[in-house]
Design a protein around this ligand. Structure first.
Ligand code: ADP
Ligand code: MG
Length: 267
């Protein structure tokens, strides 16, 4: 059975897509079968995996709105094949923005993605869902389909307050729609240990959330920021960089947690 995780945070620019593509590539690198679902109409995770969002024959839009099977709409991130980091992509583009309106009228509108993913469950060890920066019906579909949420966050002054909305949404979804859903963990990203405030917030996070803070810390690293313009995850673009190495370590941490229920963090 695949472990299905949303990468979510209602703020934009906090590293959701960077986390999604690099965790996908990192997991593939250590031998895991991965599907990356791009739930953001911006299609950044699609492009960042080397898949042209404008050339998709079918995308997540058709899966949600026309019930096209995932097996038909998914594509292989072929450019990552040579590095041994390839995974499958269920891509997105601007069309997906229109899906939201069309879905409102549909039966079981929160569970369309969950239903669609059931048919490919046996094909993967991990399904990662890159969420848009909102708590929309699309994000709700991600949260209903998932076993858990990975929350990337920067260690900034208002970091804790910013989490409240997301935590409340996750609690509501847990109570009403998906009793499996839990926060798997908070991932500290774009971390700069030279900045005292970041260290302080990082300590606060650990005090507050304990084991729910992942051990791995993702440093601020320019190679991770450059990689998307080459249509590659940082893990493939510059495997020797500190950022790439951190994401492979994070992939290992995720596999350990998934394998060993004693390490798994519960809601
Ligand atoms: P989101 O998906 O949450 O909007 P992104 O993953 O697109 O956020 O990241 C926002 C910006 O920050 C992008 O330009 C990305 O390249 C950059 N970025 C993300 N993580 C890092 C990092 N660890 N080091 C340096 N730049 C980063
Ligand atoms: Mg994004």
């Amino acid at each position: 059975m695949a472990q299905i995780f949303c990468v979510a945070n209602q703020k934009g620019g906090v590293g959701k897509t960077t986390t999604s593509v690099n965790l996908a590539a990192g997991l593939a690198k250590i031998g895991q079968r991965v599907l990356l679902v791009d739930l953001d109409p911006q299609g950044n995770a699609t492009m960042g995996s080397g898949v042209d969002k404008r050339a998709l024959e079918a995308s997540l839009y058709e899966v949600l709105v026309d019930a096209t099977p995932v097996a038909q709409a998914r594509v292989r991130a072929e450019r990552l094949e040579a590095s041994g980091c390839a995974y499958d992509v269920l891509g997105a583009n601007r069309e997906l923005a229109g899906a939201e309106l069309e879905m409102v009228e549909m039966e079981n509108r929160e569970r369309l993605l969950k239903t669609a993913l059931k048919a490919v469950d046996a094909d993967y060890d991990f399904v990662l869902i890159d969420c848009p920066p909102s708590l929309s019906l699309l994000t709700l579909n991600g949260l209903c389909a998932a076993h858990g949420v990975i929350v990337p966050m920067q260690c900034e002054y208002f970091a804790l307050e910013g989490l409240t909305d997301l935590v409340n949404t996750i609690k509501q979804v847990h109570a009403n729609l998906n009793k499996d859903l839990k926060i798997i963990g908070l991932l500290r990203v774009m971390f700069d240990p030279r900045i005292t405030l970041q260290q302080q917030v990082s300590e606060q996070l650990k005090d507050h959330f304990g084991d729910k803070v992942f051990n791995t810390v993702i440093p601020r690293n320019v190679r991770l920021a450059e990689a998307p313009s080459y249509g590659l995850p940082g893990v493939v673009f510059d495997p020797a960089s500190k950022g790439a190495q951190a994401f492979v370590t994070f992939a290992t941490e995720m596999v350990d947690r998934a394998k060993n229920p004693a390490n798994a963090v519960t809601a």
